[in-house]
Design a protein around this ligand. Sequence first.
Ligand SMILES: NC(=O)c1ccc[n+]([C@@H]2O[C@H](COP(=O)([O-])OP(=O)(O)OC[C@H]3O[C@@H](n4cnc5c(N)ncnc54)[C@H](OP(=O)(O)O)[C@@H]3O)[C@@H](O)[C@H]2O)c1
Length: 309
Amino acid sequence: MFGKKKNKPTIDQEQLALIKNAEKRIKQKKRLYIHFVIFLIGAVFLILANTLLGIGDTFKIAGLEWFVFAIGFWLFLFIYHFISVFVTHKFMGKAWEDEQREALVAKQQQRIEALKQEYLKEEHNIAKSQAYSETLNVRTPSEKKTSELTIIVAAGENNAIGKDNDLIWHLSNDLKRFKKLTSGHHIIMGRKTFESFPKPLPNRTHIVITRQANYQAPEGVIIVNSLEEAITISRNDTQPFIIGGGEIYKQSIHLADKIELTRVHATFESADTFFPNIDDSIWKEISRTTHDADDKHAHAFSFITYLKR
Ligand SMILES: NC(=O)c1ccc[n+]([C@@H]2O[C@H](COP(=O)([O-])OP(=O)(O)OC[C@H]3O[C@@H](n4cnc5c(N)ncnc54)[C@H](OP(=O)(O)O)[C@@H]3O)[C@@H](O)[C@H]2O)c1
């Protein structure tokens, strides 16, 4: 009951076809051999019929006995038979050759198709890994960087950036700077920041990150399900911007190349959202301009640009 399963002998279909064709070939040769023997006997019989029995001994063509032409014609038929066995249908016959050619072509086509699929798979993997490398800023020294991923943020001295899904201050020069820097570029943001806008900002491509599968947004707004996807989509932009909020800043600060910070010189204790610490060992300040408070600006602030070291 639990004994070893016996292997049933199986015959390969190709082998079977080869055997059949070999049998056919033997028959063809046999028939040619029989034809040859009959031809020899027939030729002798024709000669004897004419010379010994005197059949048609008065019938001559161009001075030659009729059996010469009869044997010549038969020889022609035999040669034709010989050629058709050994020359025209040289191997297993034409049908067999056609069949083999078709089988070979079908096999090659299958192989080409498999190679194509492999190539497409490989191409897809290369593209994916390139996109991933670019996302993580992993580039070989020879690869030139074409996109400068920039974080733009306004943060208090205690890194406060918002409260109740809104900004805590209104600084008109900061908004003007934001508009000037980001116009014409991709702006990447978390779903909550996007919802804090009354409507999409003009002249910018919005990329909104959400974990929701069917998040609905106005036409033209790109919805993605991960930060990596957002960065990949914007990688043809020379300077895509990450514009917040707190969650997205936290996840992207190690991926960014540049930070455009508006440091608001005040501490906002009531804030509920914060920017991560800017580590001096990673970020180098390359420019700073400071503005005092005035009637349009309740707080003093500085525009500071950092580049990744
Ligand atoms: N001062 C500034 O410069 C500045 C700039 C921007 C924003 N803000 C302030 O920041 C606050 C909003 O920030 P926030 O941290 O609450 O929210 P947020 O970062 O704007 O958005 C968070 C949402 O993004 C989605 N998300 C985050 N990480 C994700 C990931 N890895 N994959 C997929 N989706 C992801 C989730 O959306 P779902 O829940 O839909 O899945 C999450 O709820 C507001 O107060 C705003 O005013 C300040």
